[in-house]
Design a protein around this ligand. Sequence first.
Ligand code: 7TS
Length: 416
Amino acid sequence: MIIAKAEPRGVFDVEQIRTDFPILGRPVRGRPLVYLDSTASAQKPQSVIDAESRIYATEYANIHRGLYYLSERATERYEAARRTVQGFLNAKHSHEVIFTRNTTESINLVAATYGRRLLQPGDEIVITGLEHHSNIVPWQLLREERGVVIKVAPVNDDGDVPLDAITGLFTARTKLVAVAHISNVLGTILPVAEIIQAAHAAGARVLIDGAQAVMHLPVDVQALDADFYAFSGHKLYGPTGVGVLYGKEELLNAMPPYQGGGDMIRTVTFEKSSWAPLPQKFEAGTPAIAQVPALAAAIDYVTALGLDRIARHENDLLAYATEQLTAVPGLRVIGTAPHKAAVISFSLDCAHPHDIAQVLDNAGVAIRAGHHCAQPLMERFGVPATARASFGLYNNRADVDALVAAVRKVQELFGQ
Ligand code: 7TS
């Protein structure tokens, strides 16, 4: 008899997982912490905290330079982490993984090198109306310097950007398409595989801002055929101060260095310098020596849990939270696209988002209120700000219940 190998149910033990995150055990304002701001930055499991402190305690020295034991060990850890990221993104080569400070720096790197060297005045960059400022402003700086043209694909009332809203902007001058994989405000998941395919057919390169994607779904840069893919460690349960830029080898080789300094050169004379090969060419100066291996520990952590299972857990929370919140009178959910990650922006007709966040904070519930570094998107929806609850792998239904109870309290306090 053949027994079908069923997907184990209930093995995603969120209560057990929560014990991996020491901060979730601390009270806030005398109440258990309900952390619903993972979109801004995620909390860290003990294994990540340990990985970073282990480097300082046992294996710390500057990398790539010292011909002695500790420096060799630290260099090995750093380069092993690069291979971990390579595997995580399924990049073809480890030298296609560049360590940066964060997503912001990864995008600025592309704008300052690929943009400055390879784009001409009049060339067009297509973005969407739901981008974070870090995928808007670098292109505006480039526009001031190089005279490139920025075109913006509109967001519809659901918070979606249909494929044809993007491809409809393509012309013979379109050279780069730079889009978020997932919106940090609305949770909308953009059809990046289709966007990349269409952009390539139109002769354009594509940068994906994956800051909000890598923690919610598996990413395969080769299957996507992405030209550039950027993310931050701190949103992926990893340390602050380290981010990643993936770029195709041929593109990275064609690009000039981003910053000049130590580690990125082959030879230096006062007349002329030459550059180190990838990835060093883009990693000038002493990098995040202790944080990079801790990012690898974060990747190991989410990989062991399984991104598919994390996504299922978060989708369950999203559905539950959406149902509960929409039952609150006067509450408007902003962002109702069919494909969404576990991020809910909302407003109440009786209270400003800052008031909502403050009342929730008194109940120990941490949410974000503001424009979320997406001011054009706020304008699109005609609101100055939203309240935003976002969920990570460690959130549970009790967190949703606490959120909804606190939102109902806002209604009581501010409503008629
Ligand atoms: N792109 C997206 C889609 C983001 O959500 C963010 C940060 C960034 C880029 C920039 O990431 P950083 O690590 O370089 O700062 N988003 C948020 C947020 O939603 N609330 O705080 C930061």
